[in-house]
Design a protein. Structure first.
Length: 353
């Protein structure tokens, strides 16, 4: 209405008492709604209004005898005898509940002052209302003494009816279980938490699938690296046998060197003695022939020594290459094993959570 203006607004989940059991709360909407205090300056009336879609969820006129009760840190309620129901509001925080409760008390006091002011004006304009309280019969029967008395009897009857209804609502509320009211008060926050947990669970499942694929790839790569290490170890074992051959070859080279040295000494000795020993041409020819044979044998030994040294150098180079490759593969294995352990720890934490 144009004559009504909002004076305070907040958001809350709206509940109404179950009219059948008078014990359980029924949610008025799936989501939080805007709940506002309105003031009608024309009639000097305060109302609490909340609209869901095109339907008025709350339309409660505040009277001085109403009481707003906090039943938990985030839930409050009040009874409306005219609507014959009890309203409950679940807030997002305790601060919002306190603000709404303070405003309710403020509006309730304003309604009380407005009623007293209205009654004072009525008494001034209607002399018949000056009748003392002991002269008024507690009966809803309409008096024939005039319109003033008629209004007095009707007002007293309405007060009795309101008091009776208030007592009935208090009894209805006292019958409810405190734990059930608190559970209903936290119902809306549990729904929000549940939605957040479902979204987090979906995200975690997607991450788990991705980690499983990555783990399978790492395991496959690790297996191939293990096979490569086994091959290198077998090759290293073969190199150990080559090491034995190397030792034998070194020993043979030493023997050949000693033999060459002995033959060189023999040649030098023969050369020094050739003048004295070559008495005849036949002896000279024989000595020259032995000398040529010794030189040929010496050349063969040198050739064999050169081949042995070349083979040894190639063996050492191949061995060094294999060692470097084994070291590189071992480093890659260490990195992959570390990454695999981190993935397993992540999966373990996810499963625990």
């Amino acid at each position: 209405s144009c004559r009504e203006q909002p004076i305070f607004s907040t958001r809350a989940h709206v509940f109404q008492i179950d009219p059948a059991t008078k014990r359980n709360w029924i949610p008025a909407s799936k989501h939080a709604l805007t709940v506002s205090y309105f003031y009608d300056a024309t009639r000097n009336v305060y109302r609490i209004i909340s609209v869901g879609g095109t339907k008025a969820i709350i339309n409660s006129t505040i009277t001085p005898n109403m009481t707003f009760t906090k039943t938990s840190q985030k839930f409050g309620q009040w009874a409306d005898s005219r609507a014959n129901t009890v309203y409950g509001l679940g807030f997002a925080s305790e601060q919002h509940l306190s603000q709404f409760a303070e405003k309710f008390q403020e509006v309730k006091e304003a309604a009380r002052l407005a009623r007293e002011k209205s009654q004072d004006k009525t008494e001034l304009t209607n002399p018949a209302l000056n009748i003392t309280s002991h002269q008024v019969l507690p009966s809803p029967i309409i008096s024939s003494n005039g319109p003033g008395e008629d209004k007095l009897f009707r007002s007293q009857s309405a007060d009795v009816e309101i008091t009776t209804e208030k007592e009935r609502l208090k009894k209805m509320l006292s019958e409810g279980s405190v734990s059930e009211v608190q559970w209903e008060a936290e119902f809306f926050s549990l729904q929000d938490n549940n939605n957040k947990l479902v979204a987090a669970l979906h995200e975690a499942n997607a991450n788990v699938d991705q980690w499983k694929k990555q783990l399978a790839a790492y395991q496959e790569e690790t297996e191939s690296l293990r096979q490569r290490v086994a091959e290198l170890e077998s090759q290293a074992a073969h190199d150990s046998s080559s090491e034995n051959n190397k030792e034998e070859l070194n020993q043979t080279l030493e023997e050949l060197e000693l033999l060459i040295k002995a033959k060189d000494e023999e040649i030098q000795m023969l050369k020094s003695q050739k003048c004295s020993r070559w008495e005849t041409e036949g002896e000279r020819e024989e000595t020259l022939q032995k000398l040529q044979e010794l030189e040929a044998r010496n050349a063969e030994l040198e050739r064999r020594l050169h081949l042995a040294e070349q083979t040894l150098a190639e063996t050492l180079a191949e061995r060094e290459k294999i060692q470097n490759e084994v070291t590189k593969v071992a480093e890659i294995m260490d990195v992959k094993i570390f990454e695999l352990s981190e993935i397993r720890q992540g999966l373990a934490k996810l499963v625990e959570s």
